[in-house]
Design a protein around this ligand. Sequence first.
Ligand code: NAD
Ligand code: ZN
Length: 342
Amino acid sequence: MRAVQYRTVGSEPEVVEIPTPEPGPGQVRLKVTAAGLCHSDAFVMSLPEGVYQLPLTLGHEGAGVVDALGDGVSGVELGQPVAVYGAWGCGRCHACARGAENYCPHAGGLGIYPPGLGAPGALAEYLIVDDARHLVPLGDLDPVSAVSLTDAGLTPYHAIVSSLGALPAGSTAVVIGVGGLGHVGIQILRAITGATVVALDLSDDKLKLAREVGAHRALHSDESAVAAIRELTGGVGAQAVFDFVGAAPTLEIARQTVAMDGVIQIVGIGGAVLPTGFFSTPMGATVRAPYWGTRSELIEVLDLARSGAIHVEVERFTIEEAPEAYRRMHEGTLRGRAVVVP
Ligand code: NAD
Ligand code: ZN
């Protein structure tokens, strides 16, 4: 089968021919119908040697049809269209029992890694899923439109749901970075909160996209945005700031715009540090760096899409075009999400 692999540190991903995998006991093989590209893939490819075992088949957003079942698998049917819940945990601990496999403390120690982030990923013709519980039926959702809900939808949803208490009618939410995650985050805020949504990005195209998907205001991501948000909120600031970049300038905007008792969710893995404390962040403000989302939240995100409340803007690519799609991501010229259709 063809697969998109990151093979050597510092080089671009390559399209290669590798053996089609067979499902082992308890595993499910999918014929991939769509796979999304995430900025986190670029982070993986920026790491030094030894962090990930190479070659690594990329892709942690996957959808497919059930193609083959390993011994002992039940509860899924051959030919069934599914989306993959990618934050694989041990399945037995307290976190996993409540569906929060994204916070399983045992996964790494047991050698359990998400597809595309350690295990072979979805940017291939076939994908092995370690357990049927990591599949969510797609029903009549189009896999190409829906696949990125598994991360670009689920991750902002998880961050927003844990901030709901801060976002009643009359509140203000700031979204920094209107890329794959951010443009879905804006729609989720509009769908499930009462907040006025202010979006920040660097390019006019992204600000236009932000308005199209429901942002009330879209502003250039610089110091003028801080003053504008303060003015818009009568000096109070934003009750929640979702930073989908996580770089020093965006964290500084977050720090200066969050309201007292507000919340900053650092979703982007830009790796910068936000000084937090009595004289750094407003009184009562919470700072959190969430990771991905829970299994039940993925079901909710798919339901939200099914209801028409949210959608993903998709640019389609073939497997052969995947390296080009990563270049476009690097340049910042993608609108929404790049999705590979094998
Ligand atoms: P993306 O490339 O699609 O979008 C990033 C957006 O940020 C672009 O629109 C870009 O123009 C904008 N941007 C860059 N610098 C900016 C600045 N200074 N101010 C305002 N906007 C700026 O990326 P994505 O796939 O949406 O991922 C966003 C981030 O979230 C990445 O860091 C990614 O690794 C991370 N991520 C985290 C999790 C998690 O679980 N925490 C999950 C998925 C992705
Ligand atoms: Zn991701």
